[in-house]
Design a protein around this ligand. Structure first.
Ligand SMILES: NC(=O)c1ccc[n+]([C@@H]2O[C@H](COP(=O)([O-])OP(=O)(O)OC[C@H]3O[C@@H](n4cnc5c(N)ncnc54)[C@H](O)[C@@H]3O)[C@@H](O)[C@H]2O)c1
Ligand SMILES: O=C(O)C1=N[C@H](C(=O)O)CCC1
Length: 250
């Protein structure tokens, strides 16, 4: 049995993770903690893996504390920058146990991971690319962590292919052209009724490719969370790993 503690257990995602961990045959719930609870209750004795789904403003501190407490962490919270990832690597380098792991995924849904992968494959073949993410209005961050990840992936694929800047003759912009991430315009929609959705638009003269992923229900993230828990518990991924694509045979 893999002993799993959940941090952010009362949240939209955390409460689904608690259910998924209770429902799987090879995982058991150790602790379910939320804001105000003492994280030092989590130890390497009672917990193999912590699953962390909180808010971007607190996630880094939680992860650093948990690494120092000697446990492995699977993180779904967004808001990760290169600087924050470097802090996690530094914490892992002086972690109390050998081969400790942190795994971070901007998105655990197979549809979103594949959309990201397909976008990377398509990117070198198109002159234009833009990302639109659409989410429920309770989401606190924009653009989504997934959209930021997709934009970076498209930019890298374009650079590797020797593509230049995306054509855009906009002369005045009051914000309608979205946020530019690594040269890619990213647009965020917040709409009651939506859950988590992303569209990647590619264009050439006379043609367009649209790649779209829709998560209609948070249950869509749970197989990916359990996959990450099992992979990290295997001990085969010491250090920091970012992205569920590492665990898929793509
Ligand atoms: N990776 C993915 O597949 C994926 C999927 C959905 C959401 N997310 C991300 O997960 C995060 C959580 O989303 P949500 O919709 O569950 O949010 P939510 O607001 O419903 O839940 C967050 C929970 O964290 C708790 N919390 C706040 N501060 C805390 C602290 N210091 N210690 C412990 N718990 C604390 C809150 O009380 C709340 O219960 C967001 O960053 C979101 O973008 C990622
Ligand atoms: O509901 C959210 O919040 C989501 N956040 C992640 C993101 O920002 O990419 C994943 C999709 C759902």
């Amino acid at each position: 049995m893999i002993k799993v503690s959940v941090v952010g257990a009362k949240g939209r995602m955390g409460s689904h993770v608690v259910e998924a961990v209770n429902g799987a045959e090879d995982t058991s719930l150790a602790l379910a903690l939320d804001a105000g609870d003492d994280l030092t209750q989590i130890t390497s004795e009672n917990t193999d893996i912590v699953v962390e789904f909180t808010v971007p403003t607190v996630s880094l501190d939680n992860v650093l504390a948990l690494v120092a407490q000697g446990v492995n962490v699977v993180v779904g919270t967004t808001g990760w920058t290169d600087e924050k990832l470097d802090q996690v690597r530094a914490a892992l380098a002086k972690a109390p146990r050998e081969n400790q792991s942190v795994f971070i995924a901007p998105n655990f849904a197979i549809s979103a991971v594949l959309a990201d992968y397909f976008a990377k494959v398509a990117a070198p073949y198109f002159e234009s690319a833009e990302v639109i993410e659409l989410h429920h209005p309770n989401k606190v961050d924009a653009p989504s962590g997934t959209a930021i990840h997709t934009a970076h992936a498209i930019a890298e694929a374009r650079k590797d292919a020797g593509l230049g800047a995306i054509p855009d003759n906009t002369q005045t912009d009051g914000g309608s052209r979205g946020q530019v991430i690594d040269g890619i315009h990213v647009h965020a929609v917040r709409l009651r009724g939506l859950n988590a959705h992303e569209e990647v638009l590619f264009g050439n003269a006379g043609e367009q490719l649209t790649i779209r992923a829709d998560s209609f229900d948070r249950i869509s993230f749970m197989p990916g969370v359990l996959l990450a828990v099992r992979k990290i518990a295997s001990g085969n991924y010491p250090g920091l790993t970012v992205g569920l694509d590492h665990f898929l045979d793509l």
